[in-house]
Design a binder for this molecule. Structure first.
Ligand code: MG
Length: 377
């Protein structure tokens, strides 16, 4: 295709960053012996520069395993971007997917592409001198938020309650509590104690992290029905769309899922099987903003809720595009990467108004950078 624009991608800097967490954390997958406690987050940073002096910042991430491979794949495909018109984002996305075709169109391959795709969207919005939210036509100036980082399973319930009150006093509306232990009564007692302490009006979500089986899930969901939960998240295996659909049809509490899906196509399958009342796409995990927007638009067509997973720094712009009022997940984990902080007020995160994502990399990132490579024309 012919491009009228003269601006071209002239260089790309890739960095592999291992960002430590202040505290190791465990969800049900850890308690059940399937994964190690989480102690850090692997970040794949991409900074794209153009011949006209513009730049864009994007990143992808991996938890526990996969950071090395995402970085390696990004290094393989980065040269293909040099000389491209940065405004042609979907064509670049297709080009990178075709180049990587032998390793598939989901998972790790598109997660590496996500770092470039997000940087190109940031660049486009910066060029237009509007926030990413404005560029994509988002109607919301702020989005209701809930905290997740205070509700993990390694924490005693007293600590969860204390953190929940801290979140509330910071202006965060709701809290999510991790469940999925072998004894569901123990889970119930923890959540009931939080409900009692916070009162009936505070939104509370629970997250099973895929640990229930079909035969027990319905009774377990019904057990929690008197706690007024905003949603029950990932009650079943993330790819059991039919099982999630059965629960969604039979349980009054909304069913939320989708964070583990790693392509738009998987989300379409989930939604077409009615496997979620609230979908939880994750832009870096599904391949970037380009596929995320397709997922969000299908969710809107089906009148489903939208509550993107993790990475609030990117998702605040994208969640704000939903006409059904979305939720944003508050995690402070990635804050040390950036100079900016999202503003939280009256239960909501304010959509940033600075151009692009509104993010710049903090000086501290050099402490955690394990490898860097620059490609140029
Ligand atoms: Mg979750």
């Amino acid at each position: 295709m012919i491009s009228d624009h003269k601006d071209r991608i002239s260089s790309i800097k890739l960095s592999k960053v291992k960002l430590p967490l202040l505290k190791s954390i465990s969800d049900a997958k850890v308690i059940q012996g399937k994964q190690a406690p989480l102690v850090d987050v692997d970040i794949l940073l991409s900074q794209i520069n153009t011949s006209e002096g513009r730049s864009g910042l994007g990143f992808s991430y991996a938890l526990r395993i996969g950071g090395e491979a995402q970085f390696a794949h990004a290094k393989e495909i980065a040269p293909l971007l040099i000389g491209e018109d940065p405004s042609r984002i979907s064509e670049i996305w297709d080009k990178l997917v075709w180049a990587s075709a032998s390793i598939g169109r989901s998972g790790l391959s598109v997660q590496s592409i996500a770092a470039f795709d997000i940087a190109l969207w940031d660049l486009k919005a910066r060029k237009a001198r509007v926030s990413l939210a404005k560029l994509i036509g988002s109607p919301w100036d702020s989005v209701p938020c809930y905290n997740t980082s205070g509700g993990y399973l390694q924490a005693p319930v007293e600590e969860i309650i204390e953190k929940a009150h801290q979140s509330r006093s910071r202006g965060i509306a709701g809290v999510k509590i991790k469940i999925g232990q072998d004894d569901v009564q123990k889970d119930y007692q923890r959540v009931a104690a939080v409900r009692k302490s916070l009162g009936d009006e505070v939104p509370i979500m629970v997250d099973v992290n895929q640990q229930w089986k079909r035969k027990e899930a319905l009774n377990n969901c019904l057990l929690f029905s008197d706690l007024g939960l905003t949603w029950i998240e990932e009650p079943l295996d993330a790819h059991d769309f039919g099982g999630h659909a059965q629960l969604s049809a039979r349980v009054n509490t909304p069913i939320a899922t989708g964070e583990m899906l790693s392509s738009a196509r998987e989300h379409f399958d989930l939604m077409n099987q009615r496997g979620a009342d609230i979908v939880q796409p994750d832009a870096p995990r599904v391949g970037g903003i380009t596929p995320f927007l397709k997922v969000a638009s299908e969710a809107e067509r089906l009148e489903l809720g939208l509550a993107p997973h993790f990475v609030m720094e990117i998702h605040i712009h994208l969640a704000a595009s939903s006409r059904v009022e979305p939720w944003i997940e508050h995690f402070e984990w990635l804050e040390p990467l950036f100079n900016e902080r999202l503003q939280i007020k009256d239960g909501r995160i304010v959509v940033p108004t600075q151009p692009g994502l509104g993010l710049t990399i903090s000086d501290r990132v050099s402490e955690w950078t394990q490898a860097e490579t620059t490609f140029s024309s």
